[in-house]
Design a protein around this ligand. Structure first.
Ligand code: URA
Length: 482
């Protein structure tokens, strides 16, 4: 058995190329963390492939694996290099689509690790706090943060976009990074006791936090899980949490609006990774990586919109439900069945429409539920409404989807969340349904009941609402095809 110390992802790729070229299977090699030592590639006695050999043994790796491997490389687990090599070997020798087999042990393990990285990156974006430092008349901002995984290189570009016009440094125990308004420079890690104690920025952060903090919506338990105690020591706002908890509720949308500059949205990812003209397929692919809000942490996958680029009617729902989250496709559950029935009754072919949601990840809470029909007693994922911050974070996806639908003439909002996302908070279906009105997203917008809301309605009004849904869909058909 050979043992090779791996220093980083680039090194792993180089080593693995050699291993595959030499046909050394994962059972005959141990890839270990280098622990800051030099690469031991030479010690392993592996034949380095010559350029000609490399050409003759060129192998194609699915792009999905490469991007997954790059993510997993950030994980703290010492077993990741072996796990990645074993998975790659199996992709090349056993099953090209191995990553699609969600029940496979290696795939399960990788998926779990990938989620941990994403969650950690999300927390870093949310909890890094800069402190202002003056040096030689110049202003710098410094933050110290302790991520669970080695994610600084993944997350630093986010900070350079968000705080483009500032000189800043983020210190972590692993490494540090500085931004001089032009480029990122990498340096040594810094233990916590060496992190700067300057706190001139703390008052500003306190004000900021006090403004975005909405005690009406805070559940202390959830707040603690979202903001682990480990982070509290670097957060000045922790001191005022108790006071804020006792304070009066505030209007959250207004606050989010006011502080939009601070909140991450999907637009950050879209503008960083895609250049116009956008396409639906590029958006769909990129949306799989979205971490603009925390819903991605618990959802199974991003559920992106579906339909032809020439669609003339766009249907906008709220968010994927339980079944949609598992299937990766919108409106496949009970609400989807009712929508399909209503569309048929209205003479609308859903397959010719573009169907999407305001929020692309399933938001739920786990509850203990009694047996229901054929479902046994046990934990259920109970749908929860997305909040203003999640809608704001996700809405750029919908806006980008719309920009890729040149023939779209009518936008149908299914339910209040969709309507509020396009016509502003507080707009009611009851007041808007049954007619065409203009919004900033479409000159011909129609609002109607969400099929899930119809299913939940009392028997006495369910049929009326179902008929109104049909009438509203028919209005769209008449507008477009008359
Ligand atoms: N409800 C929605 O709003 N969208 C779906 O995709 C499913 C249920």
């Amino acid at each position: 058995m050979q043992t090779i110390s791996i220093t980083d992802y680039a090194h792993w790729r180089e080593i693995v190329r050699g291993l595959i070229h030499s046909e050394i299977s994962p059972q005959h090699v141990q890839l270990l963390e280098a622990n800051g030592q030099q690469s031991l590639f030479g010690d392993a006695d592996l034949p380095s492939p010559t350029a000609a050999q490399t050409r003759s043994t060129t192998f194609r790796v699915p792009p999905k694996f490469l991007s997954l491997a790059e993510t997993i490389a950030c994980h703290r687990s010492g077993s990741r290099w072996n796990l990645l090599y074993r998975t790659l070997w199996r992709i090349l020798h056993e099953h090209r689509s191995l990553l699609e087999i969600e029940t496979d042990d290696d795939v399960l393990q990788l998926t779990k690790m990938e989620k941990q990285i994403r969650r950690d990156a999300h927390k870093m974006k949310a909890f890094v706090r800069f402190r202002r430092v003056e040096q030689g008349g110049e202003e710098f901002f410094i933050a110290w943060h302790q991520p669970d995984h080695r994610i600084l290189r993944r997350v630093a570009p986010f900070f350079s976009r968000r705080f483009k016009g500032m000189n800043w440094t983020i210190l972590t125990p692993d490494e540090s990074v500085s931004w001089d308004q032009t480029s990122l420079t990498w340096g040594q890690g810094v233990p916590r006791h060496e992190a700067p104690a300057f706190d001139q920025l703390e008052d500003l952060w306190r004000t900021y936090y006090a403004n975005i903090f909405n005690p009406a919506r805070v559940k202390v338990k959830m707040m603690k899980s979202e903001m682990p105690v480990r982070f509290w020591k670097t957060l000045p706002e922790a001191e005022i949490i108790a006071a804020l908890l006792a304070d009066a509720p505030r209007r959250v949308d207004e606050m989010v609006e006011k502080h939009e500059g601070f909140a991450e949205t999907a637009a950050d990812l879209i503008t960083a990774r895609l250049t116009p003209p956008l396409t639906l397929s590029a958006l769909r692919e990129l949306a799989r990586e979205c971490t603009a809000c925390s819903l991605h942490c618990d959802a199974t996958q991003t559920v992106f919109g579906i339909g032809p680029e020439q669609a003339r009617i766009v249907l906008l729902g709220e968010q994927p439900g339980d079944q949609e989250d598992l299937a990766g496709k919108s409106f496949v559950g009970p609400a989807g069945e009712l929508l399909q029935e209503a569309a048929e009754a209205a003479g609308l072919r859903l397959s010719e429409c573009y169907v999407t949601n305001v929020v692309k990840h399933f938001k739920f809470k786990l509850t203990e539920a009694p047996a229901l029909g054929r479902q046994p007693r046990g934990k259920r994922r109970l749908h929860q409404k997305p909040d203003a911050r999640e809608i704001r974070a996700c809405r750029p996806w919908f806006e980008a989807e719309l920009s890729c639908l040149p023939e779209a003439q009518v936008l149908i909002c299914l339910g209040a969340t969709a309507l509020n996302a396009v016509a502003g908070p507080g707009t009611r279906i009851h007041d808007r349904r049954g007619r065409i009105f203009s919004t900033r997203h479409s000159q011909q917008t129609i609002a109607t009941w969400h099929p899930a809301a119809i299913l939940r309605s009392p028997d006495t009004i369910r049929d009326t609402k179902r008929q109104q849904l049909i009438d509203d869909l028919k209005l769209a058909v008449d507008t477009v095809f008359a």
